[in-house]
Design a protein around this ligand. Structure first.
Ligand SMILES: C[S@@+](CC[C@H](N)C(=O)[O-])C[C@H]1O[C@@H](n2cnc3c(N)ncnc32)[C@H](O)[C@@H]1O
Length: 306
């Protein structure tokens, strides 16, 4: 079976109207049947055990499962120092934009923010400057509410919004994401990248798992050892299998846009790829590139832009 055709449970048990605003009821039997047809027997079993009323999955139960799964994901991000990795590229990108700034504030938006760990960490420790606004956006309102509550509890200067990252009232300057691109089928990546250009985004950096040879084994090990929620284990391992390779991401970004220099930051070493498990596909307006390279210092060698 084509690895891309397998589905993550989290993509099926929450569904939205076409505008991505209102949640719509999800029929448990339909999800179980879809997973079973794809041969994902264990995933089908996990969903078949979820409570439903009149055949419709219990939304509160689903929210709870997703909350726990994202909390486990947050712990993994903490262990992998993911926000620090994002900041290493984000800080010089913000500085490069600031040097050419045509718009302030500089809006950094995390697309598919989940519980908002990255944005909350940046608000607490990123020190990006008073002209930078930090916003997390996710389709899932229950995660957005949890992210907002966590930020409020710590009085952090950031906010969270439910909906479409490319239809914000105040447009994003820099868009980032962690672990989101593999939720998009390869054939829809081009339009995803095009949406950045249409929305006037100055730069993007989307981090996702590099599909290297040890990635599925590593994902399995980490998820077996660290994750407790069956959905998190199941989806986590599948995300490493479904992840897009550098070529798929960069060619989709180049096909979908014409005004960015595109590349990958920190391509994994072929023989020993474990040091770069999660790497970003990057797009940046050409006039910002020299300044970004200067800001990256020695690390600029790891940014291959075309
Ligand atoms: C694997 S989670 C990653 C969450 C978070 N970035 C993290 O690292 O913990 C993927 C998130 O992307 C969100 N998502 C997927 N497609 C989306 C879309 N088109 N627009 C907004 N959010 C989306 C999902 O709701 C989910 O919260």
């Amino acid at each position: 079976m084509n690895k891309g055709s397998r589905r993550e449970i989290s993509d099926l048990i929450v569904q939205h109207d076409p505008l991505g605003q209102a949640r719509v009821p999800v029929e448990r039997a339909a999800v179980v049947a879809e997973l079973a047809e794809l041969g994902q027997v264990r995933a089908a079993r996990i969903v078949s055990r979820m409570p439903a009323t009149g055949g419709i999955l219990d939304e509160e139960y689903v929210n709870g499962v997703l909350f726990r799964s994202h909390a486990e994901l947050q712990r993994l991000s903490e262990e992998f120092l993911q926000p620090q990795r994002v900041l290493a590229l984000l800080r010089p990108t913000v500085a490069a934009y600031r040097a050419h700034a045509t718009r302030t504030p500089i809006r950094v938006v995390d697309f598919g923010c989940g519980l908002g760990y990255l944005i909350r960490w940046l608000a607490a420790k990123g020190d990006l400057g008073p002209d930078v606004e930090l916003i997390g956006v996710d389709f899932n309102d229950s995660l957005v509410n949890a992210a907002s509550a966590a930020a409020k509890a710590e009085s952090l200067k950031c906010r969270f919004v439910t909906g479409d990252v490319f239809a914000l009232d105040e447009p994003a300057t820099i868009v980032t994401s962690v672990g989101v691109l593999h939720h998009f089928a390869a054939q829809s990546l081009e339009s995803l990248f095009r949406a950045h250009e249409t929305a006037g985004v100055a730069a993007f950096m989307h981090y996702d798992i590099a599909p290297t040879w040890p990635a599925p084994l590593g994902a399995w090990l980490f998820h077996a050892a660290r994750m407790r929620e069956p959905l998190a284990r199941q989806d986590g391992v599948l995300s490493a299998v479904r992840a897009h390779d550098d070529e798929t991401l960069t060619s989709a970004a180049r096909a979908g846009t014409s005004s960015y220099r595109i590349g990958v930051f920190g391509t994994p070493f072929a023989l020993f790829p474990v040091t770069r498990i999660i790497r970003p596909v990057v797009g940046i307006r050409p006039e910002l590139v020299d300044q970004l390279r200067r800001g990256l210092g020695r690390m600029h060698r790891h940014l291959n832009l075309e």
